[in-house]
Design a protein around this ligand. Structure first.
Ligand SMILES: [Zn+2]
Length: 204
């Protein structure tokens, strides 16, 4: 299995190329921009992009969707609550197949109603739900600290300590981590009741 992490644009966005070596099929997650760079790597790895998947539809995660679709003919997939053009919907429990490789979709609202995480081969692409050392903000339109609490503590944290975390932005001291490391070192994942977490997220 191939996973490539590319930092693209000026907002520290991470775009991911997930590929199945055997079938040569790939998905590009959150193509913010720099489509030429993404395509160079896709071609170098001899992959065919079948899907463009958005972890949520804030503009910085979808800005390159159209251009990448034009270049590859790939189908754009996002959560039904998302606000931009898509060819297909993916929701909690769905899988996206690249040959025999399966990407599992987890609905993790909180940063936005349409936020999803993508789990493939013990690697979790977390979009703007969980960063290294931080979690996504919940004060933008559609944000919800109560839902973020459930997403972080009842969905993501329960996946297993050895799952690798691949965030949607390079906001931390390192580009990727593990759930075990984040549970120990990420101050947003310290044990809190739901009420405490909601108050914590409202602090300036
Ligand atoms: Zn966002």
């Amino acid at each position: 299995m191939i996973i490539e992490q590319l930092k693209v644009g000026s907002l520290e966005n991470f775009c991911y190329i997930v590929g199945d070596e055997e079938s040569g099929q790939a998905a590009v997650v959150d193509p913010h921009g720099e489509i030429d760079r993404i395509m160079d790597l896709v071609e170098e790895r001899k992959l065919t992009v079948r899907y463009i998947v958005n972890t949520h539809t804030h503009w910085d995660h979808v800005a390159g969707n159209e251009m990448l679709k034009k270049r590859t003919g790939a189908s754009i997939l996002s959560h039904p609550r998302g606000g931009v053009y898509r060819d297909g919907e993916v929701d909690h429990g769905d899988t996206i197949s690249l040959g025999d490789l399966k990407i599992e979709v987890l609905h993790t609202p909180g940063h936005s109603p349409d936020s999803i995480c993508l789990l493939v081969d013990k690697k979790l692409m977390t979009g703007d739900t969980l960063f290294i050392g931080e979690c996504g903000r919940t004060d933008l339109p559609g944000g919800d600290s109560e839902k973020m609490f459930s997403s972080l503590f009842q969905v993501i944290s329960t996946l297993g300590e050895d799952i690798e975390v691949y965030p949607g932005h390079d906001y931390g001291p390192r580009p990727s981590s593990t759930i075990g490391y984040e549970r120990k070192h990420n101050y947003t994942l310290e044990p809190r009741t739901k009420q405490e977490f909601i108050r914590f997220m409202a602090e300036p």
